[in-house]
Design a protein around this ligand. Structure first.
Ligand code: BGC
Length: 812
């Protein structure tokens, strides 16, 4: 069952039934000011950091689901309703929500009145702009009472939810003209406030939540709205809100547009005040003035659309597969922008409080984003590398506002350092900008500790080399990519965190085959980079370590039909035929096949066949099999999940593309394509009722074959799945790979594909690539021409900037 449809021309997903099986959301803003908005108007806003600068309040996991947001209430004299159905839940005559590229419109029709709310964050603006369009489609005059609503958060989203003995006494607002200002704590250490305006004189307002709703009423029945009269309340403590009251009379056929601005301001300490206790509103007024007419709002939206045209024009495909094209051309790239912006911090599954930017996560996110805005990728790489330590270890997460490493989670995840090599080389291959390697970058953000970024790559590489276990394989530390395989944790105390407890870290010998494969793949990237920049000795030194690792994997990591997953604290194998449960895991088989380890000896094919046989199912490839059915203290969190969920035999989508890429190493385009389709959201749209989350973005996890409800997805939006699937489809299946000195074309496709077309902007030139597959091949390029001229090999050399070039590729 579907709840809407794709509108590819407008790059929108159109939801036509508000009762989606889970709130289906969108993100507004892509630089400093952000909002999350659901298909019924739920959600919240923040500036840069969802924890430290939360502007509006949101209650996660509430009853009913998705309560609180940016709401409009309409009292038409007979009925009280909302354009998004929620919160009033008055049955609408029609409903439509369109989620587009950083904007959302929600339209409801009731009793002949059409109300459409547009929400977006204009470019370079610290505000969300809302345009409410009201239309009278009847032959009668309509007198409407419009109430807006937002609820302020007291800035720190964590303390906002817990420190009520203080919070209930701090709230302060100012009201001037049609603007409601939220200035809690501005008097003391804060130099920022928020505001909510409307571009019409208001006939009333409310800023005190209890007065607006009535203490025992829900979002669906605010007392003032039901009574059709605001109370002009001024909040002192308790819970400040902002609600404007505007009366609108519409003649038959008439329409009216109201513009609301929800913004954020920072003032320098000496400019904080206009007069005693009266805040300096200059910046707020300037922003409000930029959007004080509907025409200005429309122009800003057009700018945002043009911005997205530009971003999405860098890479477009035409394959004849509508569902594939819409993912690659629109939604997958869009999701990559979102994961770039938020890492794993704020979604409807991530509270915005717990996790900031992840070291491994944000590096991986770059491979889906770097072609869109390389300059921003560059900045991110420097930020990430600045949280590293001199020995190559690094903070697992950092806070976006302060950019400081998060002490609570600390370090010790031994895969982390290698991802910096991926992020950096992906950036240089895309941009050709080698100067980033000379950029001075501190350790642990300490001024004076700066070394070149290249040095950070060296210590990343050496962190693995310096942390090898008894089998010559990398020590896993707290955990490798699989945060839940905690091999030193040994926790039997429910009050301990699996992620940070290391009851047996001293002298731990637990080793990871996932890091081993990762090291080979990105170690080779490091070697290649060293060679390209003339560091041949370093390249040779590094190569020796890689060769040794390959040998160690073949010797100690091969189980006969697949690669084992790890050695535990005691030196026992994990993910081996000898284990009672979880005999095989996806990660090590993904990384070792991507690295092509034992390709000639048939190990890659065998490992991939074992994955197919034991891990693949209707909805994707599960992480391990058979699932753990009891708690293994020596494995940690992974065995805490019920079978089929999360890291215990869930389809953890992030790692499925590792197998797809592994299949392309083996040359089996049919398998790669089959795996791609299984988890690709646009291909699961038809089963949205089972799948549950948005059909336009990837989710972290789909319940696996052993779960109670196989096929049910969770944790949409903020997952490395977005970048990895984009990377797998564009670079390994379609095979368009940026390299240091050109664009390599190496498709690995299903034999029934007759060909496909790609337009790729790369280093200032545009390549119109036509791939032909006359013989139904899966891999291998027979010939390549650029503007009719034959090229040796399969790499298009860099062509003069500004030009457009026709590239024809014929497969074997
Ligand atoms: C985390 C990743 C981790 C993965 C597997 C995700 O939720 O963001 O850092 O690698 O889970 O455990």
């Amino acid at each position: 069952m579907k709840y809407g449809h794709f509108d590819d021309n407008r790059r929108e997903y159109v939801i036509t039934n508000p009762r989606t099986p889970w709130p289906w959301i969108n993100y507004l803003g892509n630089e400093d000011f952000f909002s999350l908005v659901s298909n019924t108007g739920g959600g919240y806003s923040f500036y840069k950091d969802a924890k430290f600068r939360r502007l509006t309040r949101y209650r996660y996991n509430n009853v009913p689901m998705d309560s609180g947001g940016k709401y409009f209430y309409i009292n038409d004299g007979e009925t009280v309703w909302s354009p998004g159905w929620k919160p009033c839940k008055t049955e609408l005559d029609s409903y439509e929500c369109r989620h587009g590229m950083n904007y959302t419109t929600i339209k409801g029709v009731k009793n002949g009145v059409e109300a459409e709310a547009l929400y977006f964050v204009p470019l370079k603006t610290w505000a969300e702009v809302q345009k409410l369009t009201l239309r009278n489609t009847t032959n009668e005059v309509k007198a409407l009472k419009i109430f807006s609503f937002v609820e302020w958060c007291l800035w720190n989203a964590a303390s906002d939810m817990e420190n009520f003995q203080r919070n209930f006494s701090t709230g302060e607002v100012e009201i001037e003209d049609s603007v409601i200002y939220h200035k809690t704590e501005y008097k003391e250490r804060r130099d920022h406030f928020a505001y909510y305006s409307v571009n019409e004189p208001m006939q009333g307002f409310d800023t005190d939540r209890e007065t607006f709703f009535g203490l025992y009423n829900g979002f669906d029945e605010p007392q003032t709205v039901l009574e059709g009269a605001p109370c002009n309340s001024e909040a002192h403590g308790w819970s400040p809100i902002a609600s404007h009251y505007v009366e609108v009379v519409l003649q038959p056929g008439e329409s009216k547009e109201l513009v609301y601005v929800l913004g954020y301001v920072e003032n320098a300490p000496e400019e904080k005040w206009e007069s005693k206790n009266i805040i300096n509103k200059t910046k707020a007024k300037a922003t409000i003035a930029r959007f004080d007419t509907a025409a200005k709002v429309d122009a800003a939206l057009a700018e945002l659309n043009a911005y997205w045209d530009n971003l999405l024009n860098v890479f477009t495909i035409k394959t004849g597969e509508e569902k594939l094209d819409r993912m690659v051309n629109i939604w997958n790239q869009y999701q990559c922008m979102i994961t770039f912006c938020f890492s794993r911090s704020a979604s409807f599954f991530e509270s915005g409080i717990g996790r900031g930017m992840g070291f491994r996560d944000s590096n991986q996110d770059l491979v889906g984003f770097v072609h869109q805005i390389p300059e921003r990728a560059r900045e991110r790489i420097i930020d990430i590398a600045s949280t590293q330590f001199p020995d190559g270890g690094c903070y697992h997460q950092y806070q976006p506002l302060t950019k400081k490493g998060n002490n609570e989670i600390g370090q010790g995840f031994n895969d982390d350092p290698m991802w910096l090599i991926l992020g950096t080389t992906a950036y240089i291959k895309e941009s050709g900008d080698f100067t980033i390697l000379d950029e001075p970058v501190p350790f642990d953000n300490e001024i004076g500790s700066e070394v070149s970024l290249f040095h950070h790559l060296t210590v990343s590489f050496d962190h693995v080399v310096n942390n090898l276990g008894p089998h010559g394989l990398p020590l896993s530390g707290r955990a490798d990519w699989n945060d839940c395989l905690n091999l030193n944790c040994f926790s039997n105390d429910p009050n301990e965190s699996f992620q940070t407890t290391e009851n047996k870290s001293e002298g731990s010998q637990a080793q990871s085959l996932m890091i081993a494969g990762l090291f080979v793949v990105y170690g080779r990237d490091y070697v290649e980079l060293c060679k390209v920049i003339g560091k041949t000795e370093e390249a040779a030194r590094a190569q020796q370590h890689i060769d040794a690792m390959v040998a160690a994997i073949k010797l100690n990591g091969w189980d006969g039909d697949w690669f084992i997953r790890a050695y535990d604290y005691f030196g026992n194998k994990i993910g081996s035929k000898d284990n009672e449960e979880s005999k095989i895991f996806i990660e090590s088989n993904g990384w070792c096949t991507m690295a092509g380890i034992g390709l000639e000896e048939g190990m890659v094919a065998k490992a991939l066949d074992s994955v197919k046989e034991r891990l693949d199912c209707e909805h994707g490839i599960v992480l391990n099999n058979p699932p753990f059915t009891k708690y293994y203290i020596e494995y940690g969190e992974i065995s805490s999940y019920p079978p089929g969920y999360k890291e215990n035999a869930g389809i953890f989508c992030h790692n499925n593309p590792w197998i797809m890429i592994g299949e392309t190493v083996q040359g089996r385009g049919d398998r790669a394509w089959e795996y791609f389709r299984k988890i690709c959201p646009s291909y699961t749209e038809e089963i949205s009722d089972l799948h549950k989350v948005e059909p336009y973005v990837y989710a972290q996890m789909i319940a696996g074959k052993d779960a109670f409800k196989p096929g049910e997805a969770k944790n949409s939006w903020l997952t490395g799945t977005a970048a990895w699937n984009y990377y797998a489809i564009t670079q390994y299946i379609l095979g368009i790979q940026p390299t240091y000195n050109g664009l390599r074309i190496e498709p690995c496709i299903a034999p029934e594909w007759k060909g496909f077309a790609v337009t790729r902007k790369f280093r200032g030139a545009t390549y119109q690539i036509e791939v032909k597959n006359p013989n139904g091949s899966m891999k291998g390029v027979a010939s390549l021409t650029v503007d009719g001229k034959a090229i040796e090999g399969n790499t298009i050399p860099l062509m003069p900037v500004g030009g457009t070039y026709k590239v024809e590729v014929v497969m074997n």
